[in-house]
Design a protein around this ligand. Structure first.
Ligand SMILES: *[C@@H]1O[C@H](CO)[C@@H](O)[C@H](O)[C@H]1NC(C)=O
Ligand SMILES: *[C@@H]1O[C@H](CO)[C@@H](O)[C@H](O)[C@H]1NC(C)=O
Ligand SMILES: *[C@@H]1O[C@H](CO)[C@@H](O)[C@H](O)[C@H]1NC(C)=O
Ligand SMILES: *[C@@H]1O[C@H](CO)[C@@H](O)[C@H](O)[C@H]1NC(C)=O
Ligand SMILES: *[C@@H]1O[C@H](CO)[C@@H](O)[C@H](O)[C@H]1NC(C)=O
Ligand SMILES: *[C@@H]1O[C@H](CO)[C@@H](O)[C@H](O)[C@H]1NC(C)=O
Ligand SMILES: *[C@@H]1O[C@H](CO)[C@@H](O)[C@H](O)[C@H]1NC(C)=O
Ligand SMILES: *[C@@H]1O[C@H](CO)[C@@H](O)[C@H](O)[C@H]1NC(C)=O
Ligand SMILES: *[C@@H]1O[C@H](CO)[C@@H](O)[C@H](O)[C@H]1NC(C)=O
Length: 685
């Protein structure tokens, strides 16, 4: 069925004529197809057939985003050296039987077509491709039976893409004979079961099963696999075949966005480096093991639904089930239900660099070299229920690779003294949304536990986030000796910040967050490196003049009480700023020259421009972008005089008109009366 209509056929003829014309006149570089050595790129030309006038030496043809519906026998016979043929995103339904006969094709891309309609014929055509290495059949509406037929004789394939199709289950017959496969992608199908489909693929290294409906991966024994992506399924259990003593080659395991209840039961021997487990239901249950007082089931059994009945029985709560973690460098457990870690659990990962524990249920955490590997580089324990960070016998300074520490959104009250000062490489600390305070140095020397920190003289610290900590007072020189470039103090509404508080930061500070801090006034002029300043949600009615001496890129002035910005300030800001936020102020609609100035400069972006409102003289709100200056009293003085003159002229004209009509109408009567009057006058004669 031709999907194209008449105009596209015309276009096609035109294209072919151009091809003929130009090849005749010997200027092949002017063809609609871009030719680069032996590659022809003919994407986006509304073509409905394969161009027939390309060089016979052509090795690669790209026909993506055209209108092909059918590949006819012989359409590639002119190109005996063709290695790559790409026909993605067309409307292909059939490929005639002999299209690929004798073809040495190695890469074939049929992604985003409609091959489900003519798959039987396509299968016959494909079976000629004895040298095919890479095949892309993504997005063709294929079921597993169609796939099995299409791949029947393609034993040379090494890379196969089948994402966005309609496969429900894979078994031994689906990929029969594909023994050379190294990479397989079946993401975004509807798979709910896999039964021995990969057993024979001894070379498979990368397998992507993401975005399917798999309920579990049990008896996992693909020792050769290097990357397994099973994210976005409904997996409750991941269980390795524990009887295998071989070393699994697995390096990356992605099980994020599933329903895992237990930490995955990994191979006893493996090389896993990256372990993505975010957004599951994982917790540890070791405290339930050997617990006589409760009747917990301690094992779970799986029954294979296929014919080969084999039970998988697991003894739960057994620590050794976590398998070998000794190669793990990244562990992402964000968004789970972890209450605690079994003793020594994290220490099983002596090469751990990234530990992500955001959004769990941890109540205490041990930031100590006994419990954390000294290699640790980034630690995120934000959004937990931490009240306490535990102390240690050994010096915390052994954690000498720790650079990033996120403890935000907890309820931290107890800290070991001097904890942050002792971390030799720390550059970023986020303690936002915790009840912590900023302390004076002398005071804290003899305080052992307190939620009060000394932030001075942490010589590596660059980024400090203390938003929403209920900080009231920042003592003088509180940050001196710490080379902060980024200081976030927003949402501390009772903060008393003064000139002395930030002493020592004039040469380093680049970002300062003072949103919702009850900000009054501050002389910013010494902070010459400041690039980004947040002053939102304060009660600022006048822009601090010291801002004009800065070279800011970003300024947030939202939710203040500004009524206008003096024109010279507006011009200065417009020249320097890249982005500004202004909505939520009480701008005067008749003093919007600053806005027009901002708009004149292309360099500045008023990010929230459509939301900025202003008040007119009748206390009505208007959108600044829509407000018409004519409505303002003083600016339309000249125009209103014109209106008055116009009105006066109309009235006068009407009066004159009426008089004339009156005169004309009553002319006959008036005439004699005038005569009479004249006659009545006593004459001199
Ligand atoms: C695959 O090869 C076998 C034997 O050569 C043949 O019978 C079968 O028809 C081929 N399959 C397809 C889809 O062409
Ligand atoms: C797994 O696949 C999903 C979907 O394609 C992708 O977003 C994710 O990055 C992949 N994971 C890894 C570790 O590559
Ligand atoms: C046994 O289980 C109970 C109930 O879950 C729990 O409160 C208790 O702490 C457990 N005992 C041990 C020794 O872990
Ligand atoms: C444990 O099981 C026994 C027998 O099945 C039962 O009588 C007892 O109440 C159970 N105990 C608990 C704590 O559930
Ligand atoms: C599977 O487990 C069931 C129940 O425990 C048992 O009856 C059956 O014999 C087991 N089958 C195999 C193959 O182990
Ligand atoms: C835990 O599992 C390992 C290996 O499967 C086994 O050797 C060990 O005895 C088990 N431990 C317990 C307490 O069940
Ligand atoms: C520190 O962590 C980084 C990870 O970015 C790693 O490359 C480096 O080897 C680690 N250093 C030590 C001493 O562990
Ligand atoms: C810390 O974690 C919170 C929430 O998990 C996140 O919003 C914030 O951006 C992180 N802080 C830094 C400095 O990355
Ligand atoms: C400025 O700080 C406020 C919090 O007071 C925050 O909501 C806003 O997103 C910040 N502005 C920018 C541009 O990040």
């Amino acid at each position: 069925m031709p999907v194209f209509d008449r105009p596209s056929i015309l276009v096609h003829h035109a294209v072919v004529s151009i091809l003929v014309l130009f090849s005749a006149s010997g200027h092949p570089q002017a063809l609609p197809c871009r030719l680069i050595q032996n590659t022809a790129v003919c994407n986006n030309f509304q073509l409905s057939t394969v161009p027939t006038h390309l060089s016979q030496q052509t090795e690669e043809i790209f026909l993506d985003n055209n209108l092909l519906v059918n590949l006819q026998d012989g359409c590639l016979s002119r190109y005996p050296n063709l290695r790559t043929f790409s026909c993605a995103n067309n409307h292909l339904r059939t490929v005639e039987k002999n299209v690929f006969s004798k073809s040495p094709l190695q890469n074939l891309n049929f992604a985003e077509n409609e091959l489900c309609y003519g798959h039987e014929q396509v299968a016959q055509a494909l079976s000629y491709l004895t040298q095919l290495k890479t095949l892309d059949l993504s997005g063709n509406g294929l079921t597993e039976d169609m796939v099995a037929l299409l791949l029947q004789n393609l034993s040379s394939i090494e890379t196969l893409y089948l994402s966005r199709n309609a496969m429900l289950r894979l078994d031994r017959s689906t990929f029969r004979g594909l023994d050379q496969l190294k990479e397989l992608n079946v993401e975004r199908n509807l798979l709910f079961e896999i039964d021995g489909a990969f057993d024979h693929m001894k070379k498979l290294k990368r397998l992507n099963l993401a975005f399917n409906c798999l309920p579990c991966l049990v008896g996992f024994e693909m020792t050769q696999l290097v990357v397994l992506n099973a994210s976005h399924n409904s997996i409750e259990w991941f269980i390795t075949n524990q009887d295998l003593q071989e070393t699994f080659q697995l390096e990356t395991l992605d099980l994020s966005d599933n329903q895992l209840i237990f930490f995955p039961f990994l191979p006893t021997r493996n090389r896993i480096k990256t372990l993505f487990l975010s957004n599951n239901l994982i917790d540890f249950y070791q405290h339930l093991a050997n617990n006589a007082s409760s009747n917990w089931t301690t094992s779970v059994e799986y029954y294979n639904l296929g014919k080969n009945v084999s039970n998988v029985t697991m003894n739960l709560w057994n620590e050794s089930l976590h398998g070998d973690l000794s190669h793990v460098e990244l562990l992402d457990l964000s968004g789970n239900q972890v209450n605690y870690f079994p003793e020594g659990f994290i220490q099983q990962m002596p090469r751990l660099y990234w530990l992500k524990l955001r959004r769990n249920c941890l109540q205490s955490f041990s930031l100590t070299p006994e419990d954390l590997p000294v290699t640790l580089y980034e630690l995120d324990v934000s959004k937990n229920r931490l009240i306490e960070l535990k102390t240690s016998q050994r010096s915390i300074s052994e954690l000498n690779n720790l650079t990033y520490l996120n403890l935000s959104s907890n309820g931290l009250l107890k800290f070991p003294p001097g904890i942050f000062t002792s971390l030799p490489s720390i550059t970023t600390i986020d303690l936002s949304h915790n009840p912590v305070d900023v302390c004076d140095s002398e005071e804290s020397d003899y305080m052992s536990f307190s939620a009060c920190f000394v932030w001075s003289n942490i010589v590596t610290l660059k980024h400090l986030y203390l938003a929403d900590c209920s900080i009231q007072n920042i003592p003088s020189s509180a940050f001196q000796g710490s080379p902060l470039t980024h200081l976030e103090l927003s949402n501390n509404p009772d903060l008393q910040i003064n000139q002395e508080s930030l002493i020592g930061l004039t040469d380093t500070l680049q970002h300062l967050g003072l949103g919702n801090t009850g900000f009054q006034n501050f002389d910013f002029s010494p902070y010459t490196r400041l690039k980004s300043l947040n002053l939102s949600k304060n009660f600022i009615s006048e822009l601090p003049a010291s801002l004009m001496s800065l070279n800011l890129n970003l300024l947030d002035l939202r939710d203040n009480m500004l009524t206008t910005i003096p024109l010279d300030h507006a011009a200065t800001l417009a020249q320097r700023l890249q982005a500004v936020y202004m909505n939520g102020n009480a701008f005067n609609c008749c003093q919007l020259d600053w806005f027009r100035t901002f708009k004149e400069y292309n360099s500045i972006k008023v990010v929230d421009q459509s939301e900025i409102t202003c008040l007119d003289s009748n206390y009505r709100w208007h959108k600044v972008v829509l407000f018409n200056a004519v409505r303002c009293g003083h600016t339309n003085n000249g125009e209103s005089i014109v209106w008055y003159i116009l009105l006066f002229a109309t009235v006068s004209l009407s009066i004159v008109g009426i008089s004339i009509i009156y005169l004309l109408t009553f002319k006959p009567k008036m005439l004699p009366r005038a005569i009479k009057k004249r006659c009545w006058r006593p004459t001199s004669y």
